[in-house]
Every structure is written in structure tokens, then in C-alpha cells.
Design a protein around this ligand. Sequence first.
Ligand code: PRP
Length: 209
Amino acid sequence: MLNVALPKGRLGEKVYAMFEAAGFECPSIKENNRKLIFENEEKGVRYFWVKPSDVSIYVERGAADIGVAGKDILLEYEPDIYELLDLGIGKCRMTVAGPKDFYDDGVRTLRVATKFTHIASDYYASIGREIDIIKLNGSIEIAPILGLSDVIVDIVETGTTLKENNLEVKTTILPISARLIANKASLKFKAEQMEAIMKSMKEQVKAYD
Ligand code: PRP
């Protein structure tokens, strides 16, 4: 049985469609219910929906053989997995954002609110800027509005969240997209299925490029 961790949500549906096109369909997954695990015995595949930021944990520990995770999560947590392919979907960017009237004069220690403390620290270390990191778990955009931080390091997709909170992108740190990832042992022991998936997905990525 090949275990596949799918990121719950819109991205996950696109990802499932790619696995389906690769010949690993599992029609029961389209039933409208709250089940989290779906299996197609005939095809030898089992899918489960997990929180997007948890996919790499399942894959690293071998509970999933393969999965799809954002580059942001891979950079932030550095899981011990193989990154197989950039799927070219789930595109967004990691940015520094702040209030329109904020300008970093480089004098005071910069207060940075973020979920991505590792990415933020690495970025500011690379430009030699001293910062005070404030780790938050969500709704990062309100931190500068309430004076908790000067700027945020966060993901921007459409830019709507920033706009509606009167913030703007100051710097783009990195482009982000979804990556096909595999457990290191599974890549050896389930090589045939893994290679079939990789080959098909490569073709699918090329086709809509
Ligand atoms: C992400 C990010 C922004 C928003 C950006 O949040 O943290 O808040 O999406 O998207 P936009 O540019 O299209 O408006 P997410 O929905 O993942 O939720 P969370 O960070 O609060 O968990």
C-alpha cells in the first residue's frame, strides 16, 4: 500500500487530481463527508488529508511514503525528506510587509512578527540586520497594526489580506510553490510506484507550464 499525505484544502484537491492522472485514483475521496482516510485496495493506494504544515512530518517519519508540501514549510522546518519535484502550483511568495508609512531606518532593533521564525532569522542574518523575532501562529497581519511589531514576514498570494489591513510588501524574500516530497526509505522500497508518480507528474507540470 502506498500512503499519500495530501494537504487539506484547495491545493490538496489539485494535488489529488495529479495523483489521479498518474493512475492512482481513489473515487471514494470525492464523497462529501468528514472522513480523513480513503483507500483504493485495487490500486494499492491510501490517501489522507492532513494540515498542510503537517505533511512533511508524516513523510519524514514514514507514516506517509509521499506527499505534497509548500517550499515555505520545507525551508522553515528542514525535514529529512527527499524533495522530488516542483509542482508549479500553490504559488505565492514569502515577503517582508509593513504599514505603508513604515520605513526601516536601520537604527533600532527591528521587531518582526512571523510564523516562519527560521526563514525570517536567516533572511535578516543574510543582510546583517539585527531583529527581535515575535513568533505568532496566525493573523500575523494585525501585529504591526497593534504595535506588537514593526513588520511581518509572511506569505502573500493575492495580496488581498495585506491590502485590506493597510499593509504593503516591502521586500520579497523567496518565491514559494508546492513540492512533491518522499520518505527516504520509501523511495528505495517502493521505487516502482514512486517513479511512476514522478514521471507522470513531471509530464503534467510540463503540460500546463
Ligand atoms: C496566508 C498568509 C496570509 C494570507 C495571504 O494565511 O498568512 O494571511 O494567506 O493570502 P492573500 O495574499 O491571498 O491574501 P493562511 O490562509 O494560510 O492562514 P494563517 O496564516 O492565518 O494560518
